[in-house]
Ligand binder design. Structure first.
Ligand SMILES: Nc1ncnc2c1ncn2[C@@H]1O[C@H](COP(=O)(O)OP(=O)(O)OP(=O)(O)O)[C@@H](O)[C@H]1O
Length: 239
């Protein structure tokens, strides 16, 4: 990870639209994500967050619009684990494989040094469980494994869908510190979350979408209560 490219956004989403059949799930979405910061991506269930994140990392082809990551089209950055790390469920680990074997396979296919496996196991506090079958992992342990996999290349940009999902309070604190540390070192983090109180402690910038459309982008410092702003912008309990 480097602290270059500070002047330009690390991620630029312009007019992103994704349709499934006749249904528009992401609708003319434009926002930017700056390096050296954690950006939270929020929206109600079904708002299109995962779909938009998939388009950002090249896992979904936009129906219209463009996405660039570190100045390059999303799809061209995606295979480079040193530039882009992604955790979007399902993590793809074979249930019969151990966590260590899963990470080793990823390391091999990404052309990364083998020692990264033990390093990310340590970072994700999974070393003791590394020899166990992934199929026997709890939700939180699978989540840690997915995050460990995203960190394998020590990437400049991290895109994480609901990274706190299933984590216990200790795990949530670990995640917050890890993300803050990466941002402090110049890294870029874009994450989605429904845990607004927790996210408010972690993020620098906020992007809120509703029904696939952008309803807010700005620094968290300008938001008095993320929950109030979220409910106000997305129709709250009256949906
Ligand atoms: N492959 C697909 N084919 C058809 N529809 C899809 C597909 N993927 C997502 N959708 C639909 O797109 C809409 C947005 O889904 P998405 O998962 O992006 O929302 P989300 O904001 O991440 O929701 P949540 O917070 O519940 O995870 C949903 O109505 C979903 O059913």
């Amino acid at each position: 990870m480097t602290s270059q490219r500070k002047a330009t956004p690390a991620i630029r989403v312009e007019g992103l639209t994704k349709r499934y059949g006749r249904r528009t799930v992401v609708d003319d979405l434009t926002f930017t994500v700056r390096p050296g910061a954690v950006t939270g991506f929020f929206g109600p269930n079904g708002a299109g967050k995962t779909t938009a994140l998939k388009a950002v990392v090249g896992l979904a082809r936009p129906s219209a619009g463009t996405v660039s990551v570190l100045g390059a089209p999303a799809g061209s950055v995606a295979p480079d684990a040193r530039r882009l790390g992604v955790h979007i469920e399902p993590c793809g680990a074979h249930p019969g494989r151990s966590a260590r074997a899963h990470l080793r396979a990823l390391t091999l296919s990404a052309g990364l040094p083998r020692h990264r496996v033990e390093e990310v196991l340590e970072v994700a506090e999974l070393t003791r469980a590394a020899g166990r079958r992934v199929g026997a992992f709890s939700l939180g342990m699978r989540q840690r494994l997915g995050l460990a996999a995203a960190l394998l290349g020590d990437p400049e940009v991290l895109v994480l869908d609901e990274p706190a999902n299933g984590l216990d309070p200790q795990g949530i604190r670990w995640l917050r510190r890890m993300l803050r540390d990466r941002a402090a070192r110049g890294g870029t983090v874009l994450l989605s979350s429904h845990l607004l109180a927790e996210a408010a402690q972690t993020v620098d910038d906020v992007v809120v979408i509703d029904r696939g459309r952008l309803v807010h982008q700005g620094p968290i410092s300008e938001v008095e209560s993320l929950e109030d702003v979220f409910l106000e912008l997305t129709g709250g309990l009256e949906r």
